[in-house]
Design a protein around this ligand. Structure first.
Ligand code: ADP
Ligand code: MG
Length: 239
């Protein structure tokens, strides 16, 4: 099947340090792929390159048959959620969710209606007029997720969205993210350094090390047939 998002020969250097080296990745429409790997292996940089927040040194990116490498971030139809809640502190929850639509010229009514739909989805209609500082970490991440979905992106990039949360909230929100992802059938790349998160959440796992994808496959494949010592150790296959 034809990939919906295709990365080919992605390379990124900062000065003379190569941070991404020949990354190739094909993702199907509606698939949730996890980028898993130790801190510093290049996961965030890869997401930022896809979103257009960081310029590539070399390589190509196609989304839905369109070459997007030279498009500015706002034209790429990609939504992103970061580890630490990046909500606008001076806007209410509802205004935060509607922000992207406002930038695209949507009317106040359209924004409010869309925000209500998404608030219902994340079960936070009672918080529509609250400010971010009065929300818990988990609630802030749900709003960040709703905000990125509001403009109906083609791809959702989630950069360790759960890692700043307590264990219990993290597990609940993990399940919730997967449910929302399936409901919208939205093509998603989920970044984490937590192998358990990757194993339970994804259709496919790409394990990265030092700027390269060292093995990709279903969670079961990576866990039960690791190709290298590094994969076995990282996936906890020996336990
Ligand atoms: P990860 O998200 O997997 O922890 P990153 O993509 O954040 O890794 O970083 C990969 C490597 O690139 C690290 O060595 C980091 O220090 C380096 N790096 C990231 N951003 C920059 C930057 N803007 N300038 C220089 N080096 C950077
Ligand atoms: Mg990172």
């Amino acid at each position: 099947m034809k990939p919906y998002l295709k990365l080919a020969g992605i390379r990124k250097q900062f000065g003379d340090m190569t941070v991404l080296n020949q990354v190739n990745l094909d993702i199907r429409e509606g698939e949730l792929v996890t980028l898993l790997g130790p801190s510093g292996c290049g996961k965030s940089t890869l997401l930022r390159c896809i979103a257009g927040l960081t310029e590539l040194s070399d390589g190509q990116i196609w989304l839905d048959d369109k070459d997007i490498v030279n498009l500015p971030p706002c034209s790429r139809e990609i939504g992103m959620v970061f580890q630490s809640y990046a909500l606008f502190p001076n806007m209410t929850v509802s205004e935060n969710i509607g922000y992207g639509m406002k930038m695209r010229g949507a009317s106040k009514d359209a924004r409010r209606q869309r925000a209500e739909e998404l608030l219902e989805l994340i079960d936070m209609t009672d918080k529509r007029d609250a400010y971010p500082q009065h929300l818990s970490g988990g609630q802030q991440q749900r709003v960040a997720l709703a905000r990125s979905l509001a403009v109906q992106p083609k791809v959702l990039l989630l950069d360790e969205p759960l890692s700043a949360l307590d264990a219990k909230i993290r597990k609940n929100l993990r399940t919730e993210i997967r449910e929302i992802q399936k409901k919208f059938n939205i093509t998603t790349i989920f970044v984490t350094h937590d192998q358990e998160e990757a194993l339970t959440l994804s259709d496919r796992v790409c394990l990265m090390n030092k700027g390269s994808i060292v093995q990709q496959g279903t969670p079961e494949e990576l866990y039960s047939t690791p190709k290298t010592e590094f994969v076995a150790r990282f996936m906890g296959s020996y336990n």
